[in-house]
Design a protein around this ligand. Structure first.
Ligand code: UD1
Length: 340
């Protein structure tokens, strides 16, 4: 059933791909984004890619209660997908209070506005980072939380707040999606990942090397207890992440309360595996140098994705080669990202 969905952070990397998917299946989309880490032009590209535009775009901080009230007064919002947050692990170690303010404060402001306006469906953007130094992989939703950095702690704190909220507001329906490592881009090359400054995440770093903007990759440690010594992650195509949000909305009314689901592939790749696949797919060499471990990093994070499959029939359909190909296609078409 088509619905009107408020997407906070809708111009960001995962947000923009999710907007395209929601528009494609017939939902109306209202975006709230302060463009602190995105640009307004993204929404024009969303319209081009999806074949129709979002219903409205509000430029505001998610902590701005008056702006939220205006959005809920003006649009018949049925459900909210909350992406708007800060997400750089290293930065979160340097400015933890800002991370709590934006990520936790943004979530509490949003849910109290939702409650006051009678909106009770929320899909929350959580993260596999809450599992921290996992002792056993793959990770199920019941694996213990042990965040190793302030970013991860903000996501875990938000989950706890939302669980408490659901206990006291019986009509609330919250789905927290714990993404593993989203990567890739829309295959049409219009939308992709365009970080400001030096990329924190590995895939945009690789595409910027391939396009000539950076010289070499620093491999953050080769002394982890993994087969080649480099960190293992469960990379997940951003189009599969977007499809996971489509599925979440389809199933949000299945049961009340708080539910948590992993979005991952169940397959791990090391940093060196990723470099090899990237080189094969793009034909570009990636010079690299092994450097020290990055503070806050962990050895291995791989999802057990069976719950999303069992409950929703959702499964990741795209592989690492598709992620590399699509990310590279976006970077080639947009060597400097969305900048003119
Ligand atoms: C981190 C979070 C994740 C979050 C994401 C958002 C953790 C454990 N994970 O992902 O939950 O959603 O940020 O940004 O906190 N690497 C290099 N060289 C580089 C960059 C990365 O070797 O220049 C390595 C890292 O050490 C890691 C892998 O590549 O092993 C992936 O790193 P990255 O893309 O930054 O993602 P995570 O840190 O896993």
């Amino acid at each position: 059933m088509p619905r009107t969905i408020l997407v906070t952070g809708g111009a960001g990397f995962i947000g923009s791909h999710t907007c395209v998917e929601l528009l494609r299946v017939g939902h109306e989309v209202v975006v709230l984004d302060d463009h602190s880490n995105s640009c307004p032009e993204v929404l024009e590209r969303v319209a081009k890619t999806a074949g129709r535009p979002v219903a409205a775009a509000h430029v505001a901080d998610v902590r701005d209660r008056r702006a939220l009230d205006e959005v809920f007064d003006r649009h018949p919002i049925d459900a909210v997908i909350h992406f708007a947050a800060k997400k750089a692990v290293g930065e979160s170690v340097r400015i933890p209070v800002t991370y709590y303010d934006i990520n936790v404060g943004g979530t509490t402001t949003l849910v109290s506005a939702m409650h006051d306006h009678g909106v009770h469906r929320l899909v929350f953007s959580s993260s596999c980072s809450i599992y921290g130094n996992a002792t056993t992989v793959p990770l199920t939703e019941d694996s213990p939380a042990a965040p190793t950095n302030p970013y991860a702690t903000t996501k875990w704190t938000c989950e706890r707040i939302l669980a408490d909220l659901c206990r006291h507001v019986p009509e609330m329906r919250v789905l927290a999606l714990r993404y593993f490592n989203p990567a890739g881009a829309h295959p049409d090359g219009e939308l992709g990942e365009d970080p400001r400054g030096v990329p924190n995440n590995i895939m945009p770093f690789l595409t910027q090397i391939a396009v000539g903007r950076r010289d070499e990759l620093s491999v953050f440690g080769d002394d982890y207890p993994t087969p080649d010594g480099t960190g293992i992650r469960d990379y997940l195509h951003v189009m599969d992440v977007a499809d996971g949000h489509r599925a979440a909305l389809d199933h949000i009314d299945d049961e009340p309360g708080m539910r948590v689901l992993n979005l991952g592939t169940g397959r791990g790749a090391s940093v060196l595996d990723l470099v090899t696949v990237f080189e094969e797919v793009t034909g570009r060499p990636i010079p690299y140098r092994v450097t020290a471990r990055r503070p806050g990093d962990v050895a291995e994070l791989v999802a057990d994705p069976t719950k999303a499959m069992a409950h929703w029939g959702w499964t990741a359909r795209r592989d690492l080669a598709a992620m590399c190909r699509d990310a590279w296609n976006f970077q080639q078409r947009n060597p400097y990202g969305y900048a003119p």
